[in-house]
Ligand binder design. Sequence first.
Ligand SMILES: [Zn+2]
Length: 314
Amino acid sequence: MPELPEVTTTARILNKILVNQKILSVWTNYSSPHFKGKKNIKDKKYFEFFKKEVVGSKIVSVGRIGKNVLIHLSGTKTGSKTELRRGLKTILVHMKMTGHFLYGDYERRGNEWLATKPGPLQDKFNGYIRLIFGLSSGKYLALSDVRRFAKIAVISDGNVKNFEDIKNLGPDPMEKEFDFKKFKSVISQKPTGRVKSVLMDQDVIAGIGNIYSDEALWLSSIHPETQIKKLTDNELKILLKNIKKVLKFGIDMGGDSTSDYRRPDGSPGKSHHAHNVYQRRGEKCSKKGCAGTIVRKVVGGRGAHFCDTHQRKK
Ligand SMILES: [Zn+2]
């Protein structure tokens, strides 16, 4: 699943290429009766509403909150009944397991969309177009999503912070204000929680998932099942430093493409080449002087990878 570094990479690139472009059309083949009445384009009726809200709008910026990509729009056509004040609408996209945005030249063939130019957009990971926006530049913004878990909605009233997917999110670990005091206060809400699960709890801290929690805990010599209340201030300081370090590294490398994530030009990021633990089960630990082996264990429903030697259980 795309985590903070992948979502940041996507939002930054889209912000460079989409600003001032107008949305001319939108198409989707997401559709599921399970989403009836929900704020999600998988509900057919909601998609009709979504279409009315976004077609004709201009993109003013692209940002991120937690793992959500936010595409901010100006108002719709002047004089229309749905006219809203400028800058009041936002498209929210949570890419979930396998979703990722792509940008380029596409053409429709029946019920599918194909990238027309040879290159990374034609990579097999990029061929599951479920949503596509036609833009004023003549190019398209597409969402490839093999597993179909992504969530797409429009926030019509401008109140992004109070939207259902945003309002309960914890603080962003890459913000300057996210210091030791803040970190300790948020994770202490779950004193008996296992550190791996607490780090991945989006209501506690927004943006960390399976990959970066494994890597940060390995660097910090902390066992993923350690209860929060058993961590010393010194361990928490080291952990915070390493969380920021692995997230920054992920952003600098253009994200992690172990799984389906690709950048908007269709190319993979590079951060997965530097994994110390994630999906390295059975390999020798690469920490200097450690003779351990990387093992995998399910913690809170997710596979945790860690060294059996230097990440001791307390
Ligand atoms: Zn080790």
